[in-house]
Design a protein around this ligand. Structure first.
Ligand code: GAP
Length: 582
Protein backbone atom coordinates (compact mmCIF):
# COMPACT_ATOMS: atom_id res chain seq x y z
CA UNK A 1 0.00 0.00 0.00
CA UNK A 2 1.17 3.47 -0.81
CA UNK A 3 0.42 6.63 1.07
CA UNK A 4 0.00 8.96 -1.91
CA UNK A 5 -1.19 12.23 -0.58
CA UNK A 6 -2.03 13.77 2.76
CA UNK A 7 -4.62 16.49 2.56
CA UNK A 8 -4.27 19.33 4.97
CA UNK A 9 -7.81 20.04 5.98
CA UNK A 10 -8.72 23.63 6.57
CA UNK A 11 -10.86 24.33 9.60
CA UNK A 12 -13.76 25.13 7.28
CA UNK A 13 -13.22 21.90 5.40
CA UNK A 14 -14.00 20.06 8.61
CA UNK A 15 -17.45 21.50 9.11
CA UNK A 16 -19.83 18.70 9.99
CA UNK A 17 -17.45 15.89 9.02
CA UNK A 18 -16.04 15.28 12.50
CA UNK A 19 -19.43 15.03 14.15
CA UNK A 20 -20.68 12.80 11.33
CA UNK A 21 -17.74 10.44 11.91
CA UNK A 22 -18.16 10.61 15.69
CA UNK A 23 -21.81 9.58 15.35
CA UNK A 24 -21.20 6.89 12.73
CA UNK A 25 -18.35 5.26 14.65
CA UNK A 26 -19.92 5.19 18.10
CA UNK A 27 -18.16 8.12 19.79
CA UNK A 28 -21.02 10.59 20.26
CA UNK A 29 -24.76 10.19 19.90
CA UNK A 30 -27.58 12.66 20.56
CA UNK A 31 -29.27 11.54 23.80
CA UNK A 32 -32.82 10.18 23.67
CA UNK A 33 -32.71 10.20 19.89
CA UNK A 34 -35.64 7.79 19.64
CA UNK A 35 -37.77 10.51 21.27
CA UNK A 36 -36.48 13.31 19.10
CA UNK A 37 -33.36 14.16 21.17
CA UNK A 38 -32.76 17.13 23.51
CA UNK A 39 -30.43 20.02 22.67
CA UNK A 40 -27.42 20.07 24.96
CA UNK A 41 -27.59 16.40 26.00
CA UNK A 42 -25.24 13.90 24.32
CA UNK A 43 -24.31 10.27 24.93
CA UNK A 44 -20.86 8.81 24.64
CA UNK A 45 -21.12 5.62 22.59
CA UNK A 46 -18.78 2.70 23.34
CA UNK A 47 -15.67 4.19 21.70
CA UNK A 48 -16.53 7.66 23.02
CA UNK A 49 -16.88 6.39 26.59
CA UNK A 50 -13.55 4.57 26.32
CA UNK A 51 -11.88 7.67 24.86
CA UNK A 52 -13.34 9.80 27.66
CA UNK A 53 -12.13 7.36 30.27
CA UNK A 54 -8.60 7.55 28.85
CA UNK A 55 -8.64 11.37 28.59
CA UNK A 56 -9.72 11.55 32.24
CA UNK A 57 -6.91 9.12 33.15
CA UNK A 58 -4.37 11.38 31.44
CA UNK A 59 -5.79 14.30 33.44
CA UNK A 60 -5.53 12.29 36.68
CA UNK A 61 -1.92 11.39 35.84
CA UNK A 62 -0.97 15.05 35.61
CA UNK A 63 -3.19 16.75 38.17
CA UNK A 64 -3.88 14.05 40.77
CA UNK A 65 -0.78 11.80 40.69
CA UNK A 66 1.63 14.47 39.43
CA UNK A 67 0.44 17.18 41.81
CA UNK A 68 -0.57 14.98 44.78
CA UNK A 69 -3.95 16.71 44.64
CA UNK A 70 -6.09 13.93 46.08
CA UNK A 71 -9.56 13.67 44.57
CA UNK A 72 -12.84 13.89 46.44
CA UNK A 73 -16.34 13.16 45.23
CA UNK A 74 -19.23 15.33 46.38
CA UNK A 75 -22.92 15.24 45.41
CA UNK A 76 -24.12 16.74 42.16
CA UNK A 77 -27.11 18.12 44.10
CA UNK A 78 -26.23 21.16 46.17
CA UNK A 79 -28.23 22.88 48.91
CA UNK A 80 -29.41 26.47 48.65
CA UNK A 81 -26.92 27.82 51.21
CA UNK A 82 -24.01 26.77 48.99
CA UNK A 83 -25.25 28.76 46.03
CA UNK A 84 -26.32 31.73 48.15
CA UNK A 85 -22.72 31.85 49.37
CA UNK A 86 -21.10 31.27 45.99
CA UNK A 87 -23.24 33.94 44.32
CA UNK A 88 -24.69 31.52 41.76
CA UNK A 89 -28.25 32.18 42.92
CA UNK A 90 -27.97 35.87 42.16
CA UNK A 91 -25.25 36.08 39.48
CA UNK A 92 -25.35 32.93 37.41
CA UNK A 93 -27.68 34.28 34.76
CA UNK A 94 -27.85 34.71 31.01
CA UNK A 95 -30.14 37.03 29.10
CA UNK A 96 -33.21 35.39 27.62
CA UNK A 97 -35.82 36.62 25.16
CA UNK A 98 -38.82 34.65 23.94
CA UNK A 99 -40.39 34.88 20.51
CA UNK A 100 -43.98 36.07 20.86
CA UNK A 101 -44.97 34.06 17.79
CA UNK A 102 -43.22 30.65 18.05
CA UNK A 103 -42.38 30.84 21.79
CA UNK A 104 -38.76 29.80 21.17
CA UNK A 105 -36.48 30.87 24.02
CA UNK A 106 -33.30 32.53 22.77
CA UNK A 107 -30.06 33.88 24.25
CA UNK A 108 -30.88 37.57 23.82
CA UNK A 109 -27.26 38.76 23.57
CA UNK A 110 -26.49 36.05 20.98
CA UNK A 111 -29.50 37.03 18.85
CA UNK A 112 -28.32 40.65 18.86
CA UNK A 113 -24.64 39.82 18.21
CA UNK A 114 -25.50 37.52 15.31
CA UNK A 115 -27.87 40.08 13.82
CA UNK A 116 -25.29 42.86 14.04
CA UNK A 117 -22.49 40.62 12.76
CA UNK A 118 -24.51 39.55 9.74
CA UNK A 119 -24.97 43.23 8.84
CA UNK A 120 -21.40 44.27 9.63
CA UNK A 121 -22.47 46.56 12.48
CA UNK A 122 -20.06 46.93 15.39
CA UNK A 123 -21.65 47.29 18.85
CA UNK A 124 -20.44 46.51 22.32
CA UNK A 125 -23.10 44.80 24.38
CA UNK A 126 -21.34 45.11 27.71
CA UNK A 127 -22.40 47.75 30.15
CA UNK A 128 -19.44 49.96 31.07
CA UNK A 129 -21.02 50.47 34.51
CA UNK A 130 -20.78 46.80 35.41
CA UNK A 131 -17.38 46.75 36.99
CA UNK A 132 -16.56 43.16 37.77
CA UNK A 133 -17.87 41.10 34.87
CA UNK A 134 -18.80 41.57 31.27
CA UNK A 135 -22.42 40.64 31.68
CA UNK A 136 -24.23 42.18 28.72
CA UNK A 137 -26.82 44.43 30.29
CA UNK A 138 -30.46 43.63 29.65
CA UNK A 139 -31.17 47.34 29.01
CA UNK A 140 -28.51 47.64 26.32
CA UNK A 141 -29.60 44.37 24.68
CA UNK A 142 -33.26 45.46 24.75
CA UNK A 143 -32.31 48.85 23.34
CA UNK A 144 -30.52 47.22 20.36
CA UNK A 145 -33.41 44.81 19.71
CA UNK A 146 -35.83 47.75 19.67
CA UNK A 147 -33.72 50.19 17.67
CA UNK A 148 -32.79 47.70 14.93
CA UNK A 149 -36.20 46.00 14.98
CA UNK A 150 -34.56 42.59 15.48
CA UNK A 151 -37.00 39.72 14.98
CA UNK A 152 -36.94 36.03 15.89
CA UNK A 153 -34.20 34.35 13.82
CA UNK A 154 -36.30 31.16 13.68
CA UNK A 155 -39.72 32.39 12.48
CA UNK A 156 -39.34 36.14 11.91
CA UNK A 157 -41.88 36.90 14.66
CA UNK A 158 -41.61 39.75 17.18
CA UNK A 159 -39.47 39.29 20.29
CA UNK A 160 -40.71 39.83 23.86
CA UNK A 161 -38.86 41.55 26.72
CA UNK A 162 -35.29 40.69 27.59
CA UNK A 163 -34.84 39.32 31.11
CA UNK A 164 -32.45 37.32 33.31
CA UNK A 165 -32.55 33.54 33.35
CA UNK A 166 -30.72 31.62 36.08
CA UNK A 167 -28.84 28.70 34.56
CA UNK A 168 -29.11 26.36 37.53
CA UNK A 169 -31.45 23.38 37.36
CA UNK A 170 -33.65 23.36 40.45
CA UNK A 171 -35.05 20.42 42.35
CA UNK A 172 -36.44 19.62 45.80
CA UNK A 173 -34.65 17.48 48.32
CA UNK A 174 -37.05 14.95 49.76
CA UNK A 175 -40.80 14.84 49.31
CA UNK A 176 -42.70 18.10 49.64
CA UNK A 177 -41.00 21.39 48.95
CA UNK A 178 -39.21 22.12 52.23
CA UNK A 179 -35.65 22.19 50.96
CA UNK A 180 -34.60 23.54 47.61
CA UNK A 181 -31.80 21.78 45.79
CA UNK A 182 -29.79 22.76 42.73
CA UNK A 183 -27.78 20.66 40.33
CA UNK A 184 -24.26 21.98 40.73
CA UNK A 185 -23.06 24.31 37.97
CA UNK A 186 -19.40 23.60 38.87
CA UNK A 187 -17.72 20.84 40.87
CA UNK A 188 -15.69 23.42 42.81
CA UNK A 189 -18.35 24.33 45.38
CA UNK A 190 -18.37 20.80 46.83
CA UNK A 191 -14.66 21.23 47.55
CA UNK A 192 -15.12 24.65 49.19
CA UNK A 193 -17.95 23.29 51.36
CA UNK A 194 -15.59 20.55 52.62
CA UNK A 195 -12.76 22.98 53.35
CA UNK A 196 -12.71 22.68 57.19
CA UNK A 197 -12.43 18.88 56.93
CA UNK A 198 -9.91 19.08 54.11
CA UNK A 199 -7.76 21.44 56.14
CA UNK A 200 -7.70 18.97 59.04
CA UNK A 201 -6.98 16.14 56.58
CA UNK A 202 -3.96 18.07 55.32
CA UNK A 203 -2.90 18.75 58.94
CA UNK A 204 -3.53 22.48 58.73
CA UNK A 205 -0.73 23.07 56.26
CA UNK A 206 -0.74 25.08 53.06
CA UNK A 207 -0.49 24.68 50.15
CA UNK A 208 -2.63 21.72 49.19
CA UNK A 209 -4.70 20.83 46.16
CA UNK A 210 -7.98 18.95 45.93
CA UNK A 211 -9.31 17.51 42.68
CA UNK A 212 -12.75 16.52 41.53
CA UNK A 213 -13.98 15.06 38.25
CA UNK A 214 -17.70 14.90 37.79
CA UNK A 215 -20.85 16.09 36.11
CA UNK A 216 -21.94 19.71 36.20
CA UNK A 217 -25.20 21.12 34.94
CA UNK A 218 -26.18 24.37 33.30
CA UNK A 219 -29.62 24.92 31.85
CA UNK A 220 -28.21 26.69 28.77
CA UNK A 221 -30.90 28.73 27.02
CA UNK A 222 -30.49 27.50 23.46
CA UNK A 223 -27.44 25.28 22.97
CA UNK A 224 -26.94 25.16 19.23
CA UNK A 225 -23.26 24.36 18.80
CA UNK A 226 -23.35 20.55 18.75
CA UNK A 227 -21.39 19.23 21.69
CA UNK A 228 -19.70 22.51 22.61
CA UNK A 229 -22.43 23.94 24.82
CA UNK A 230 -24.00 21.20 26.90
CA UNK A 231 -26.61 21.17 29.63
CA UNK A 232 -24.87 18.26 31.36
CA UNK A 233 -21.10 18.03 31.05
CA UNK A 234 -18.02 16.74 32.83
CA UNK A 235 -15.65 19.07 34.60
CA UNK A 236 -12.24 18.20 35.98
CA UNK A 237 -11.21 20.80 38.53
CA UNK A 238 -8.42 21.32 41.02
CA UNK A 239 -8.69 23.85 43.81
CA UNK A 240 -5.21 24.71 45.07
CA UNK A 241 -5.32 26.42 48.47
CA UNK A 242 -2.33 28.65 48.94
CA UNK A 243 -1.05 31.29 51.35
CA UNK A 244 -1.65 34.54 49.38
CA UNK A 245 1.82 35.76 50.35
CA UNK A 246 3.32 32.75 48.56
CA UNK A 247 1.54 33.07 45.22
CA UNK A 248 4.71 34.12 43.46
CA UNK A 249 6.78 31.20 44.78
CA UNK A 250 5.59 27.90 43.43
CA UNK A 251 7.84 25.19 44.88
CA UNK A 252 8.09 23.36 41.52
CA UNK A 253 8.18 26.34 39.20
CA UNK A 254 11.65 25.40 37.88
CA UNK A 255 10.16 22.26 36.30
CA UNK A 256 7.98 24.33 33.96
CA UNK A 257 9.82 27.67 33.74
CA UNK A 258 10.93 27.16 30.12
CA UNK A 259 7.62 25.87 28.79
CA UNK A 260 6.62 28.04 25.82
CA UNK A 261 2.97 28.95 25.46
CA UNK A 262 0.91 30.91 22.94
CA UNK A 263 -0.37 33.99 24.72
CA UNK A 264 -3.08 36.49 23.96
CA UNK A 265 -3.36 39.10 26.68
CA UNK A 266 -4.24 42.75 26.89
CA UNK A 267 -0.54 43.67 26.64
CA UNK A 268 1.01 40.85 24.65
CA UNK A 269 0.28 38.53 21.76
CA UNK A 270 2.83 35.88 20.85
CA UNK A 271 4.84 33.02 22.25
CA UNK A 272 6.79 33.24 25.51
CA UNK A 273 8.02 30.97 28.25
CA UNK A 274 5.88 30.96 31.38
CA UNK A 275 8.89 32.29 33.29
CA UNK A 276 9.22 35.27 30.95
CA UNK A 277 5.46 35.83 31.11
CA UNK A 278 5.69 36.01 34.91
CA UNK A 279 8.74 38.25 34.94
CA UNK A 280 7.07 40.65 32.53
CA UNK A 281 3.88 40.64 34.63
CA UNK A 282 1.85 39.26 31.76
CA UNK A 283 0.78 36.42 34.06
CA UNK A 284 0.09 37.65 37.60
CA UNK A 285 2.17 35.11 39.52
CA UNK A 286 3.99 31.76 39.52
CA UNK A 287 1.05 29.70 40.78
CA UNK A 288 -1.06 30.70 37.78
CA UNK A 289 1.84 30.30 35.37
CA UNK A 290 2.71 26.86 36.78
CA UNK A 291 -0.83 25.61 36.24
CA UNK A 292 -1.02 27.13 32.77
CA UNK A 293 2.09 25.11 31.85
CA UNK A 294 0.60 21.91 33.32
CA UNK A 295 -2.58 22.64 31.43
CA UNK A 296 -0.63 22.77 28.16
CA UNK A 297 1.09 19.49 29.11
CA UNK A 298 -2.30 17.84 29.50
CA UNK A 299 -3.75 19.18 26.26
CA UNK A 300 -0.75 18.27 24.15
CA UNK A 301 -0.59 14.81 25.72
CA UNK A 302 -4.17 14.05 24.73
CA UNK A 303 -3.69 15.45 21.23
CA UNK A 304 -4.71 19.10 21.12
CA UNK A 305 -2.28 20.60 18.60
CA UNK A 306 -0.01 23.16 20.18
CA UNK A 307 -0.36 25.44 17.15
CA UNK A 308 -4.14 25.48 17.75
CA UNK A 309 -3.93 26.05 21.49
CA UNK A 310 -3.61 29.44 23.10
CA UNK A 311 -3.95 31.00 26.52
CA UNK A 312 -6.10 34.09 26.52
CA UNK A 313 -6.24 36.42 29.47
CA UNK A 314 -9.65 37.68 30.51
CA UNK A 315 -10.13 41.39 30.15
CA UNK A 316 -10.88 43.07 33.48
CA UNK A 317 -14.55 43.52 32.57
CA UNK A 318 -14.88 39.92 31.42
CA UNK A 319 -13.65 38.25 34.60
CA UNK A 320 -15.99 36.29 36.82
CA UNK A 321 -17.00 38.13 39.99
CA UNK A 322 -14.65 36.00 42.13
CA UNK A 323 -11.44 36.21 40.08
CA UNK A 324 -8.51 38.67 39.96
CA UNK A 325 -6.63 37.08 37.06
CA UNK A 326 -8.07 34.49 34.78
CA UNK A 327 -6.81 32.71 31.67
CA UNK A 328 -8.74 30.58 29.23
CA UNK A 329 -7.05 27.71 27.45
CA UNK A 330 -8.65 27.96 24.02
CA UNK A 331 -8.58 25.44 21.20
CA UNK A 332 -9.14 26.42 17.58
CA UNK A 333 -12.00 24.44 16.05
CA UNK A 334 -14.61 24.81 13.33
CA UNK A 335 -16.59 26.79 15.93
CA UNK A 336 -13.70 29.25 16.24
CA UNK A 337 -11.58 29.52 19.39
CA UNK A 338 -13.43 27.73 22.15
CA UNK A 339 -12.72 27.70 25.86
CA UNK A 340 -11.45 24.28 26.94
CA UNK A 341 -10.29 25.21 30.42
CA UNK A 342 -10.11 28.21 32.72
CA UNK A 343 -7.17 28.85 35.02
CA UNK A 344 -8.25 31.40 37.62
CA UNK A 345 -7.02 33.07 40.75
CA UNK A 346 -10.28 32.99 42.74
CA UNK A 347 -8.63 34.77 45.70
CA UNK A 348 -10.28 34.14 49.10
CA UNK A 349 -13.69 34.98 47.66
CA UNK A 350 -15.29 31.53 48.02
CA UNK A 351 -13.91 30.69 51.45
CA UNK A 352 -14.88 34.10 52.81
CA UNK A 353 -18.37 33.75 51.40
CA UNK A 354 -18.80 30.28 52.92
CA UNK A 355 -17.36 31.55 56.21
CA UNK A 356 -20.04 34.20 56.21
CA UNK A 357 -22.84 31.85 55.21
CA UNK A 358 -21.95 28.95 57.52
CA UNK A 359 -20.48 30.90 60.43
CA UNK A 360 -17.50 28.52 60.43
CA UNK A 361 -13.97 29.82 60.30
CA UNK A 362 -12.16 29.06 57.05
CA UNK A 363 -8.81 30.64 57.96
CA UNK A 364 -5.59 28.69 58.49
CA UNK A 365 -3.04 29.34 61.19
CA UNK A 366 0.28 29.75 59.40
CA UNK A 367 2.86 29.31 62.20
CA UNK A 368 5.88 31.54 62.83
CA UNK A 369 9.24 29.98 63.53
CA UNK A 370 9.04 31.48 67.06
CA UNK A 371 5.85 32.71 68.84
CA UNK A 372 5.50 36.53 69.02
CA UNK A 373 4.14 38.85 71.74
CA UNK A 374 1.69 41.26 70.12
CA UNK A 375 -1.16 43.59 70.82
CA UNK A 376 -4.23 42.35 69.09
CA UNK A 377 -7.71 43.59 68.46
CA UNK A 378 -10.42 41.09 69.30
CA UNK A 379 -14.12 41.48 68.72
CA UNK A 380 -16.13 39.91 71.54
CA UNK A 381 -19.73 39.07 70.61
CA UNK A 382 -22.40 40.27 73.05
CA UNK A 383 -24.87 37.39 72.98
CA UNK A 384 -27.28 39.27 75.28
CA UNK A 385 -27.81 41.68 72.39
CA UNK A 386 -27.21 39.37 69.41
CA UNK A 387 -29.59 36.62 70.64
CA UNK A 388 -32.83 38.64 70.60
CA UNK A 389 -31.73 40.64 67.55
CA UNK A 390 -30.61 37.82 65.23
CA UNK A 391 -32.46 34.86 66.80
CA UNK A 392 -31.57 31.65 64.86
CA UNK A 393 -28.68 33.42 63.10
CA UNK A 394 -27.09 34.80 66.30
CA UNK A 395 -24.46 32.04 66.56
CA UNK A 396 -23.45 32.62 62.95
CA UNK A 397 -23.03 36.35 63.57
CA UNK A 398 -21.02 35.66 66.75
CA UNK A 399 -18.71 33.23 64.97
CA UNK A 400 -18.20 35.78 62.22
CA UNK A 401 -17.37 38.55 64.71
CA UNK A 402 -14.78 36.31 66.36
CA UNK A 403 -12.87 36.09 63.09
CA UNK A 404 -12.38 39.88 62.90
CA UNK A 405 -9.09 41.40 63.99
CA UNK A 406 -9.33 44.93 62.64
CA UNK A 407 -11.91 47.60 63.18
CA UNK A 408 -11.76 49.86 60.20
CA UNK A 409 -15.26 51.00 59.39
CA UNK A 410 -18.52 49.36 60.41
CA UNK A 411 -18.77 45.56 60.67
CA UNK A 412 -21.01 44.19 57.97
CA UNK A 413 -22.66 40.76 58.10
CA UNK A 414 -24.72 39.47 55.20
CA UNK A 415 -24.96 42.97 53.73
CA UNK A 416 -26.15 44.61 56.98
CA UNK A 417 -24.16 46.66 59.49
CA UNK A 418 -23.97 44.91 62.88
CA UNK A 419 -25.09 47.29 65.66
CA UNK A 420 -22.12 48.29 67.86
CA UNK A 421 -24.13 47.08 70.90
CA UNK A 422 -23.70 43.55 69.52
CA UNK A 423 -20.00 43.37 70.32
CA UNK A 424 -17.13 44.86 72.25
CA UNK A 425 -13.76 45.66 70.76
CA UNK A 426 -10.78 45.01 72.97
CA UNK A 427 -7.06 45.26 72.53
CA UNK A 428 -5.32 42.37 74.24
CA UNK A 429 -1.71 41.38 74.62
CA UNK A 430 -1.21 37.91 73.30
CA UNK A 431 1.51 35.48 72.52
CA UNK A 432 0.66 34.38 69.01
CA UNK A 433 2.16 31.44 67.25
CA UNK A 434 1.27 32.46 63.69
CA UNK A 435 -0.99 34.42 61.37
CA UNK A 436 -4.53 33.47 60.53
CA UNK A 437 -4.72 33.50 56.77
CA UNK A 438 -7.68 32.81 54.53
CA UNK A 439 -6.15 30.82 51.68
CA UNK A 440 -6.42 31.98 48.13
CA UNK A 441 -7.59 29.50 45.54
CA UNK A 442 -5.86 28.84 42.23
CA UNK A 443 -8.18 26.84 40.04
CA UNK A 444 -7.46 25.02 36.81
CA UNK A 445 -10.92 23.98 35.61
CA UNK A 446 -11.30 21.74 32.54
CA UNK A 447 -14.29 20.95 30.39
CA UNK A 448 -13.67 17.31 29.49
CA UNK A 449 -16.32 17.15 26.75
CA UNK A 450 -15.04 20.21 24.88
CA UNK A 451 -11.52 18.85 25.22
CA UNK A 452 -12.61 15.55 23.69
CA UNK A 453 -14.41 17.26 20.84
CA UNK A 454 -11.32 19.37 20.11
CA UNK A 455 -9.10 16.29 20.23
CA UNK A 456 -11.38 14.59 17.68
CA UNK A 457 -11.19 17.63 15.39
CA UNK A 458 -7.43 17.94 15.69
CA UNK A 459 -6.99 14.21 15.06
CA UNK A 460 -9.33 14.12 12.06
CA UNK A 461 -7.55 13.78 8.75
CA UNK A 462 -8.23 12.62 5.22
CA UNK A 463 -5.67 11.25 2.78
CA UNK A 464 -5.56 9.08 -0.32
CA UNK A 465 -4.05 5.62 -0.38
CA UNK A 466 -3.62 3.84 -3.72
CA UNK A 467 -6.09 6.30 -5.19
CA UNK A 468 -8.71 5.67 -2.52
CA UNK A 469 -9.85 8.36 -0.07
CA UNK A 470 -9.35 7.47 3.56
CA UNK A 471 -10.59 9.09 6.77
CA UNK A 472 -8.16 8.64 9.62
CA UNK A 473 -8.29 9.73 13.25
CA UNK A 474 -4.70 10.34 14.26
CA UNK A 475 -5.42 9.88 17.97
CA UNK A 476 -2.56 9.68 20.40
CA UNK A 477 -1.99 6.03 21.48
CA UNK A 478 -2.41 7.32 25.06
CA UNK A 479 -6.12 7.89 24.52
CA UNK A 480 -7.17 5.76 21.52
CA UNK A 481 -10.17 3.62 22.52
CA UNK A 482 -8.55 0.56 20.92
CA UNK A 483 -4.76 0.14 20.83
CA UNK A 484 -4.45 -2.85 18.54
CA UNK A 485 -6.82 -4.54 16.10
CA UNK A 486 -6.31 -8.20 15.20
CA UNK A 487 -7.45 -9.58 11.83
CA UNK A 488 -7.29 -12.98 10.20
CA UNK A 489 -6.51 -12.54 6.49
CA UNK A 490 -8.94 -15.33 5.55
CA UNK A 491 -11.56 -17.34 7.40
CA UNK A 492 -9.30 -20.39 7.71
CA UNK A 493 -7.02 -18.30 9.97
CA UNK A 494 -9.77 -17.22 12.40
CA UNK A 495 -8.70 -19.63 15.15
CA UNK A 496 -5.05 -18.57 14.96
CA UNK A 497 -6.08 -14.88 14.97
CA UNK A 498 -8.31 -15.43 18.02
CA UNK A 499 -5.32 -17.02 19.79
CA UNK A 500 -3.23 -13.90 19.06
CA UNK A 501 -6.11 -11.67 20.14
CA UNK A 502 -6.41 -13.47 23.51
CA UNK A 503 -2.64 -13.34 23.99
CA UNK A 504 -2.59 -9.57 23.54
CA UNK A 505 -5.64 -9.11 25.76
CA UNK A 506 -3.94 -11.13 28.51
CA UNK A 507 -0.89 -8.87 28.08
CA UNK A 508 -3.13 -5.93 29.08
CA UNK A 509 -3.50 -4.26 25.67
CA UNK A 510 -6.80 -2.79 24.50
CA UNK A 511 -7.49 -5.15 21.61
CA UNK A 512 -10.32 -5.67 19.15
CA UNK A 513 -10.81 -8.74 16.97
CA UNK A 514 -12.46 -8.32 13.58
CA UNK A 515 -13.05 -10.95 10.91
CA UNK A 516 -15.89 -9.31 8.99
CA UNK A 517 -15.63 -7.88 5.45
CA UNK A 518 -12.55 -7.44 3.32
CA UNK A 519 -9.20 -6.70 4.93
CA UNK A 520 -9.24 -3.26 3.31
CA UNK A 521 -12.57 -2.40 4.92
CA UNK A 522 -11.33 -3.63 8.30
CA UNK A 523 -8.28 -1.34 8.03
CA UNK A 524 -10.54 1.61 7.10
CA UNK A 525 -12.79 1.01 10.10
CA UNK A 526 -9.84 0.92 12.50
CA UNK A 527 -8.34 4.02 10.85
CA UNK A 528 -11.63 5.81 11.42
CA UNK A 529 -11.71 5.00 15.13
CA UNK A 530 -8.04 5.91 15.54
CA UNK A 531 -6.56 2.47 16.34
CA UNK A 532 -2.78 3.00 16.10
CA UNK A 533 -1.81 -0.55 15.02
CA UNK A 534 -3.41 -3.48 13.26
CA UNK A 535 -2.02 -7.02 13.41
CA UNK A 536 -2.81 -9.37 10.53
CA UNK A 537 -2.53 -13.14 10.70
CA UNK A 538 -1.71 -14.41 7.21
CA UNK A 539 -0.46 -17.57 5.52
CA UNK A 540 3.11 -16.94 6.62
CA UNK A 541 1.93 -17.04 10.24
CA UNK A 542 1.25 -20.77 10.04
CA UNK A 543 4.72 -21.34 8.54
CA UNK A 544 6.93 -19.24 10.86
CA UNK A 545 4.72 -17.85 13.66
CA UNK A 546 5.10 -14.26 12.53
CA UNK A 547 2.41 -11.62 11.88
CA UNK A 548 2.34 -8.21 10.21
CA UNK A 549 1.93 -5.02 12.21
CA UNK A 550 0.48 -2.11 10.24
CA UNK A 551 0.95 1.49 11.28
CA UNK A 552 -2.24 3.59 11.08
CA UNK A 553 -0.52 6.86 10.20
CA UNK A 554 1.87 5.74 7.44
CA UNK A 555 0.22 2.38 6.56
CA UNK A 556 3.75 0.89 6.62
CA UNK A 557 4.00 -2.72 7.72
CA UNK A 558 6.62 -4.83 9.53
CA UNK A 559 6.68 -8.46 10.61
CA UNK A 560 7.06 -9.57 14.19
CA UNK A 561 7.20 -12.95 15.86
CA UNK A 562 4.10 -13.81 17.87
CA UNK A 563 6.36 -14.53 20.82
CA UNK A 564 7.61 -10.95 21.07
CA UNK A 565 4.45 -9.31 19.65
CA UNK A 566 3.10 -7.88 22.92
CA UNK A 567 6.48 -6.31 23.79
CA UNK A 568 6.95 -4.91 20.29
CA UNK A 569 3.47 -3.36 20.34
CA UNK A 570 3.99 -1.89 23.81
CA UNK A 571 7.21 -0.30 22.56
CA UNK A 572 5.40 1.09 19.51
CA UNK A 573 2.60 2.52 21.63
CA UNK A 574 5.14 4.44 23.67
CA UNK A 575 7.87 5.31 21.15
CA UNK A 576 6.07 5.18 17.81
CA UNK A 577 6.14 2.71 14.94
CA UNK A 578 9.34 3.84 13.25
CA UNK A 579 11.54 4.16 16.29
CA UNK A 580 10.62 0.68 17.41
CA UNK A 581 10.50 -1.06 14.06
CA UNK A 582 13.73 0.25 12.55
N1 GAP B 1 -15.17 26.36 38.42
C1 GAP B 1 -14.92 27.28 37.37
C2 GAP B 1 -15.81 27.10 36.23
O1 GAP B 1 -16.78 26.37 36.27
P1 GAP B 1 -16.13 27.82 33.75
O2 GAP B 1 -15.21 28.60 32.86
O3 GAP B 1 -17.54 28.27 33.86
O4 GAP B 1 -15.42 27.82 35.17
C3 GAP B 1 -14.92 25.56 33.24
O5 GAP B 1 -16.11 26.30 33.32
C4 GAP B 1 -14.90 24.76 31.95
O6 GAP B 1 -16.08 23.95 31.86
C5 GAP B 1 -14.91 25.62 30.71
O7 GAP B 1 -13.61 26.00 30.35
C6 GAP B 1 -15.54 24.70 29.67
O8 GAP B 1 -14.55 23.87 29.08
C7 GAP B 1 -16.46 23.83 30.49
N2 GAP B 1 -17.87 24.26 30.31
C8 GAP B 1 -18.47 25.32 30.88
N3 GAP B 1 -19.75 25.41 30.47
C9 GAP B 1 -19.95 24.38 29.62
C10 GAP B 1 -21.08 23.92 28.84
N4 GAP B 1 -22.26 24.51 28.91
N5 GAP B 1 -20.90 22.82 28.06
C11 GAP B 1 -19.71 22.18 28.01
N6 GAP B 1 -18.63 22.57 28.71
C12 GAP B 1 -18.75 23.64 29.51
Amino acid sequence: MQLDKRQDLSIDGLKGRVLELAKRRGFLWPSYEIYGGVAGLWDYGPFGAMLKHRVESAWRDIFVVGESALPIETPTIGVEEVFLASGHLSNFVDLIVECVNCQTALRADHVVTEYLKSRGIAADLCDPDIADACVPSSEKTQELIDSYGIMCPDCGGPLGKVHDFNLMFTTHIGPGTQRNGYLRPETAQGIFADFPRLLRFYRDRLPFGVAQIGKSYRNEISPRQGVIRLREFTQAEVEVFVDPREKNHHPRFDEVADVEINILSKDFAGTASVKAACERNIIAHEYLAYHIARCQEFFTRVGVRESRLRFRQHLPDEMAHYAVDCWDAEGLTQHGWIELAGIADRTDYDLKQHERQSGLQMAVLVPYEEPKEVERIVVRPNMGYLGPKYKGKAKQVAAFLSTIHDTEGPIVFDGDVVDPEGYAIETVRQSISGDFVTPHVIEPSFGIDRSIYTVLEHAYDEDTIDGERRIVLRLSPDIAPIEVAVFPLVKALNEKALEVFRLLRRAGLLVEYDDSGTIGRRYRRQDEIGTPFAVTIDHETTENSTVTIRDRDTTKQVRSSIESLADVLRGMLVHGFDRTSS
